[in-house]
Each structure stands twice: as structure tokens, then as C-alpha cells.
Design a protein around this ligand. Structure first.
Ligand code: FES
Length: 93
């Protein structure tokens, strides 16, 4: 079980790459740091630009865009601010 203080792994379904997200870090920053270009704008979970499809795993939603119902479905994640409740999160990137 991952939380703020726990690192987790993001696996990219399209390339097969695995990216470590450190405790307290964001998925977005870890991807950018690894040279993976993904769209983003606000960085705070309010614009929806970084919305990404979830293939596997359970996100820890921290955004202000998805409804409670959408968050429960775990189909997409705002990668600028949300984290993972599972040790590994597979995203459609
Ligand atoms: S960049 Fe705006 S919600 Fe993620």
C-alpha cells in the first residue's frame, strides 16, 4: 500500500518502461525527468490537461476534476497531483 511517504512504480503500457516515483514526488515530474513528454498545464489538479488512462492499479486521486463516481471507477488519473494506492500503477503512456 503506497501513500505520500512511499515510493511507487509507474509502468508505461505503450513502451514497457518503468519509472520510480519517489516519496513526496509526483508522477508528472518523474516522467518529465525521465525525458518522457506528457501534456500538462496547471500542475495542481484543476485543469485536466494531464488526464491519463489507467490500465492497472489503483490511483490515489488528489485532483479537483473527477467526480467521486469517476474516481471510484479508476479509469483515469491526473498525473500532476494524484498518486498510487498500489505499489505499481500501469498507465496508457
Ligand atoms: S496539469 Fe492540470 S490537472 Fe494536471
Amino acid at each position: 500500500m503506497a501513500d505520500d511517504n512511499t515510493a511507487f512504480t509507474v509502468k508505461l503500457a505503450q513502451s514497457g518502461q518503468s519509472i520510480e516515483v519517489p516519496a513526496g514526488g509526483t508522477i508528472l515530474f518523474s516522467l518529465l525527468e525521465a525525458g518522457i513528454e506528457v501534456p500538462f498545464s496547471c500542475g495542481h489538479g484543476i485543469c485536466g490537461t494531464c488526464e491519463t488512462e489507467v490500465v492497472e492499479g489503483r490511483p490515489d486521486h488528489r485532483d479537483f476534476i473527477l467526480t467521486d463516481e469517476e474516481k471510484a471507477e479508476n479509469k483515469t488519473i491526473m498525473i500532476c497531483c494524484s498518486r498510487s494506492r498500489t505499489d505499481e500503477l500501469v498507465l496508457d503512456i
